[in-house]
Structures are given as C-alpha cells and as structure tokens.
Design a binder for this molecule. Structure first.
Ligand SMILES: Cc1cc2nc3c(=O)[nH]c(=O)nc-3n(C[C@H](O)[C@H](O)[C@H](O)COP(=O)(O)O)c2cc1C
Length: 181
C-alpha cells in the first residue's frame, strides 16, 4: 500500500471481531516500530504480548474497576468481555523510564512515533489497531499481570490489534488552520 494511503487509512478500531492476525504481520509491525526515531538512541519502547488466556485476568480487573462490589450489568459486562477478548493480539507498550524530565518527554515522543510506525505497518497489511489508555493500563495489578516493574518501565498504552469495523470519518481541521505560511 502506498504510504500516503496508509496514513489516511489508519483509524482507531473500536469494535473487533475474533479473526486472528498471522504472527508474521505482528513481527513485521514490531520491526517497523523499532525503526522509529529516538533522540540519543535511547530506544525507550518495549512491547509485551499478552495472550488471550491471561487476558481473562484483565477482564476481572476491568470489571472490578467499573463495578467495584456491585454485580455487573450484563450488557456492560458483555461489552468489556468483547473489548478485551475479541482482538487477535494485545500488545502492552511500555517506556523505559529516565529520571531526567526532558529525556522522559522525548522518550515518550519516540514511543508515540514507534506506535504510529506499528499501526501503519499493520494498516499496510489490512489490519486494524487501537491505542488505549486509562485506569486499566495504569493499575498496579496490570503491571503485576504483565510482569513489568513500575520502577523500570511505565505502561503508556495497550495496543489492541485485529480486524474490525472502521469508524465513521472524523472531520479534521482545515490545513489552513494548522499550517501558517
Ligand atoms: C495517546 C493516545 C491515547 C488514546 N487512548 C484511547 C483510549 O483510551 N480509548 C479510546 O477509545 N481511544 C484512545 N485513543 C484513540 C483516539 O481516541 C483516536 O486516535 C482519535 O479518536 C482519533 O481517531 P483515529 O485514530 O481513528 O484517527 C488514544 C490515542 C492516543 C494517541
């Protein structure tokens, strides 16, 4: 696929079906991510796969976060189950921590570039993705489940990967409003 086309075709997929993505496509996307720019060659990005059987533990945590001690509403429960278990792959993206604030900011930017490379590589193969952040990605139990030491790395997002519905078009700002000549 032509690059400009892939950039425009990339969208956040919110609803995934259960079709599996070949491992080769995932590996190729990780390789693309590893080609992202990073200042001072820090290579701060780390990707951890999270297999479906372990994802059931994430479902439990998500339900606990949403409903606490209340018994979950069946519809909402179904939505959480589908959201966590449907996508073919879940990659946990973490950033290797650096105590120096400028370094940390630039490393986050580099990780974002890596995620974009990953997403575009997937789009080129007809595969969708979604970068998600929130209570679940930040929870201490998530770090334990994934086996990441929060003193060493910060989880900056989950990347859900698979096939699904392309969302409605987004009205983007006019170029004249974002580009000053
Ligand atoms: C840093 C970051 C965090 C995001 N976190 C979430 C999220 O938690 N939940 C979600 O539905 N989408 C999340 N998104 C996706 C954005 O909502 C999405 O990119 C935006 O709506 C534009 O849609 P598009 O990706 O289809 O162009 C995130 C995107 C970025 C860059």
């Amino acid at each position: 696929m032509e690059l400009q086309q892939a950039i425009k075709k990339r969208r956040t997929i919110h609803s995934f079906n259960t079709k599996l993505v070949p491992e080769k496509i995932i590996e190729q996307a990780i390789e693309a991510a590893n080609f992202a720019p990073c200042h001072l060659h820090t290579f701060p990005w780390r990707f951890t796969t999270f297999k479906t059987d372990k994802r059931k533990l994430l479902v439990e945590l998500a339900l606990e976060l949403k409903f606490g001690n209340r018994s979950p509403d069946e519809n909402a429960k179904k939505k959480i189950l589908e959201k966590i278990l449907n996508p073919s792959h879940l990659l946990i993206v973490s950033q290797v921590l650096n105590a120096e604030p400028t370094r940390k900011l630039e490393d986050y930017a580099a990780c974002a570039c890596a995620i974009q490379n990953l997403s575009l590589s997937l789009v080129g193969e007809g595969v969708g993705s979604k970068w998600s952040t929130g209570k679940l990605t930040k929870h201490t139990n998530t770090y334990k489940l994934v086996g990441i030491d929060p003193d060493e790395e910060e989880i900056i997002g989950f990347i859900w990967i698979g096939y699904g519905e392309t969302p409605l078009e987004i009205k983007r700002p006019l170029i004249s409003s974002i580009f000053r000549r």
